[in-house]
Design a protein around this ligand. Structure first.
Ligand SMILES: *[C@@H]1O[C@H](CO)[C@@H](O)[C@H](O)[C@H]1NC(C)=O
Ligand SMILES: *[C@@H]1O[C@H](CO)[C@@H](O)[C@H](O)[C@H]1NC(C)=O
Ligand SMILES: *[C@@H]1O[C@H](CO)[C@@H](O)[C@H](O)[C@H]1NC(C)=O
Length: 399
């Protein structure tokens, strides 16, 4: 795969697997440099191993890079061209559909021919809007992070456009809530993730728009949280299940409890606390955060989805843990519990000691933070997930 990037990369010498509060920035920088080697400037997205491109995951990857840039001025200046490039090219259809022309050059074919293109691109319809509400939701959060970093209004406007699209789908299930995708059967089980993303975007917008517009987003966030509690998404263990039963409209605890399901909602609750000053939102967040740190871990206390326990994560699962780390960082900002800090630092150290390969000074991170690293297994997805934990450890070590 071609190593192409618009960014001048800093050569780093990595001496062994060293990780503590003096090295989180170096470690995060090295992982970030490798992630950026998978960024395709022509397409404005990150390369998937089979030569296609990530879409929803790329939104999470943008969040990962932006959250490091927020803490590291060197990364911020090296990535300065990336945001607008992604904004202009990463969605469609200004945008359109990506195909190869007769000379093998990538070109953007205007919308309309979308159905002739196989694979992932068919999912992308217009700008960063998508057929699936969760797919676009990740971008709704990513553009808030990029707005925070740059102050460029266009990025906040893009987040608002995504919010409007999600808002239009609210309530389109028999149980209430936001469906997973447009046109979904009303009897389907409400999923946690689209609703959590819509919640977190709403709460985030409430803190970023002018005060005259705040109430719209604040009301939406509170409505979603009330519904989330009504259907019992948080189970008796304190963990969010992936879905609630679409027949009974209550959580029967029959669905998995992925780490990202815990992450997005605590980030939204942290923002809702900032928007309102009501500390009960932080208490609710700490129930979920504490339960995650207690139950969704391996035998060494390292964050693990069920697939990590069998060293068997693939596809979407690869990116879940980083989402939790990112949002625990957000929660720590308002609720600086030493236990959160210790957890993030311990996980960052495990990534560096157990889930790392260094090749010619380049740092590769795999899926399983407890290790072992499987040679050649790193993808932009596993890389960005680990990066979010390294960045979170950097943040908590300084705060
Ligand atoms: C780094 O960790 C050590 C203990 O491992 C501690 O003594 C020191 O204060 C920490 N430094 C910072 C900047 O947090
Ligand atoms: C979460 O754990 C912290 C200790 O790390 C504790 O102070 C807090 O009360 C716990 N939250 C809840 C809701 O039990
Ligand atoms: C690995 O995951 C797949 C699903 O992704 C599952 O079917 C298979 O049983 C898992 N293997 C192990 C050893 O857990």
């Amino acid at each position: 795969m071609a190593r192409k990037t618009l960014l001048a990369l800093t050569a780093l010498v990595v001496t062994g697997a060293y990780a503590d509060n003096t090295s989180y920035d170096v470690n995060a920088g090295c992982s970030n440099d490798q992630l950026l080697r998978w960024y395709d400037e022509d397409i404005g997205l990150f390369l998937y191993p089979n030569g296609a491109y990530y879409f929803w995951q790329a939104g999470v990857m943008i969040t990962a890079v932006a959250s490091l840039a927020a803490l590291d001025s060197g990364v911020k200046s090296r990535t300065a061209g990336m945001w607008q490039n992604t904004y202009l090219k990463g969605g469609q259809p200004s945008h359109g559909v990506i195909q190869l022309d007769s000379t093998g050059r990538k070109i953007v074919v205007p919308k309309g021919s979308a159905n002739t293109v196989p694979g992932k691109f068919r999912k992308r319809e217009q700008g960063f809007l998508a057929s699936h509400y969760d797919d676009e939701g990740w971008w709704g959060l990513a553009w808030q992070d990029v707005y925070d970093l740059t102050g460029v209004q266009d990025y906040l406007t893009e987040s608002i456009a995504i919010w409007q699209d999600m808002n239009a789908g609210w309530g389109n299930l028999n149980c209430g809530g936001l469906p997973w995708f447009k046109g979904e059967a009303k009897t389907d089980n409400p999923l946690a993730i689209p609703n959590e993303l819509y919640f977190a975007i709403s709460a985030g917008l409430a803190n970023r728009v002018p005060s005259s517009q705040k109430q719209t987003y604040l009301s939406a966030a509170q409505t979603i949280w009330t519904w989330f509690q009504k259907v019992g998404f948080v189970n008796s263990q304190g963990l969010v299940n992936d879905a609630v039963n679409g027949n009974t409209c209550v959580n029967d605890n029959n669905q998995p409890t992925w780490t990202y399901n815990q992450g997005v909602v605590i980030g939204g609750l942290a923002d809702l606390y900032i928007a309102t000053g009501d500390s009960s939102y932080l208490t609710s967040a700490s129930v979920i955060a504490n339960a995650t740190m207690a139950h969704l871990v391996d035998s060494n206390g390292i964050l693990a989805d069920s697939c990590d326990l069998s060293h068997n994560c693939s596809g979407d699962n690869l990116q879940f843990k980083g989402v939790f780390a990112r949002n625990l960082q957000k929660l720590y900002h308002s609720q600086p519990y030493p236990a959160y800090k210790a957890f993030l630092e311990k996980n960052a150290q495990s990534i560096w000691q157990n889930d790392l390969a260094v090749e010619s000074g380049d740092c590769f991170n795999g899926a399983d933070w407890g290790g072992p690293y499987v040679l050649g297994s790193a993808t932009a997805s596993s890389q960005s997930s680990a990066l979010q934990c390294l960045v979170a450890a950097l943040y908590v070590s300084q705060n």
